[in-house]
Design a protein around this ligand. Structure first.
Ligand code: PLP
Length: 385
């Protein structure tokens, strides 16, 4: 073990245009941000509905901090499960049409906790090959026989399920794919899973708030209840604009997670004020349909603009609108050129996306204006390589 070895590896990563660095944000999350002292128009946050800096959500957070203090102080099973957490769980269960919901501190932890609580080495896990890293990690950590099926391919999944003879089978997919923006064919996947006596888990980090009635997400978009999709996972740090995550499903599922999900049991509860703020943002998500309408208009404007510029887009009707570039080096160059024009879009490179599929992951928010999108289109036309 030596530092020079590590340094050599870091250098190689730099040469391959794969080195990652952090930038320092000096404003709230919004389309207009200040980063390292400079102002930018940004198109890469997951604050799709513009709620991360909403005055009502901030006020709910502040009021709850006065009531509950800052820290959760203990895990949920010791003395950290506050009234604010409990109310949010009830509201999320009602919202998603499931028996119950269980809060986790992050989406990464929710996925790890749920999958490892349900599966072990006697079982099989079947994941879309471009699932979010936290789902892939969860499947691997569970020790279950791990298979990746072709992207959105229910037939390929079916073949794999038919060949498998494990005790339990769990099929896992993103509802809306985080780096591509496309929606998984959940009805077909659910049919195939049901026929093989497998359960299905949907991670709807990017669907909730953005699609479905009142923002109920991809499962609602396809009309699937908890008998079709037994495990529904949602994150609160994206369209909800706060932080944390939840799993929703049957009473028996939630009780099982409370007993066995290690990332639920062995960690401090999220700050109660975050739960209270989320309760307010959930109301806004449901009631303010104009945010979704605005998003749809901006998405259409952006796609039409890109088509006329000859920019390669993906088949996405969601706020995730990646501009495909290919090489990591080109993606970095385009990102830097946009930055010089005052536009902030981080280049997404492997291993977050497959090799040679580097991209500018453009995300739109209900807080963007038509003029913002026009400015982005002009800038993209100028930096196009
Ligand atoms: C962001 C994300 C997660 C992780 O959620 P965090 O709350 O940020 O940890 C999980 N799954 C998907 C699909 C995501 O996009």
């Amino acid at each position: 073990m030596s530092f020079s070895q590590l340094q050599d590896e870091l250098n190689l990563r730099k040469q391959a245009s794969l080195y990652r660095t952090r930038r320092t944000l000096q404003t709230p999350q919004s389309p207009n941000i200040k980063v390292d002292g400079k102002d930018y128009l940004a198109f890469c946050s997951n604050d799709y509905l513009g709620l991360a800096n909403h005055p009502d959500v901030i006020a709910a957070f502040q009021n709850a901090a006065n009531l509950y203090g800052v820290g959760g102080g203990a895990s949920h099973l010791v003395s950290g499960h506050s009234q604010a957490h409990h109310e949010l769980e009830l509201a999320l269960a009602e919202f998603t049409g499931r028996d119950r919901a269980l809060l986790f501190s992050t989406g990464y932890m929710a996925n790890l906790g749920a999958v490892t609580a349900l599966l072990d080495k006697q079982d099989g896990v079947f994941e879309d090959r471009v699932n979010h890293a936290s789902l892939l990690d969860a499947g691997l950590l569970s020790g279950a026989r791990f298979q990746r099926y072709l992207h959105n391919d229910a037939t390929n999944l079916q073949t794999r399920l038919q060949r498998s003879e494990t005790r339990r089978k769990l099929v896992i997919t993103d509802g809306v794919f985080s780096m591509d923006g496309d929606i998984a064919p959940l009805s077909e996947l659910a049919d195939v899973s049901c026929a093989a006596d497998a359960w299905m888990m949907v991670d709807d980090a990017h669907g909730l708030g953005c699609i479905g009635k009142e923002g109920r997400g991809s499962v609602d978009h396809f009309g699937l209840g908890q008998d079709d999709v037994q495990i529904l996972m949602g994150t609160l740090g994206k369209a909800f604009g706060t932080a944390g995550a939840f799993i929703a499903g049957s009473d028996v599922l939630i009780e099982t997670l409370i007993q066995h999900a290690r990332s639920y049991i062995y960690t401090t509860s999220m700050p109660p004020a975050v739960a209270a703020a989320t309760l307010r943002s959930l109301q806004l998500v449901r009631e303010e349909e104009w945010r979704r309408e605005k998003l749809r208009a901006l998405i259409a404007q952006f796609r039409t603009g890109c088509e006329s510029l000859g920019l390669a887009l993906m088949d996405s009707q969601t706020p995730i609108q990646p501009v495909m570039v290919g090489s990591s080096e080109t993606a970095m160059q385009m990102s830097a050129a946009l930055e010089a024009k005052g536009i902030f879009i981080t280049a997404i490179r492997p291993p977050t996306v497959p090799k040679n599929e580097a991209r500018l992951r453009v995300t739109l928010s209900a807080s963007h204006t038509e003029a913002d999108v026009d400015r982005l289109l002009v800038a993209l036309s100028e930096v196009k390589i």
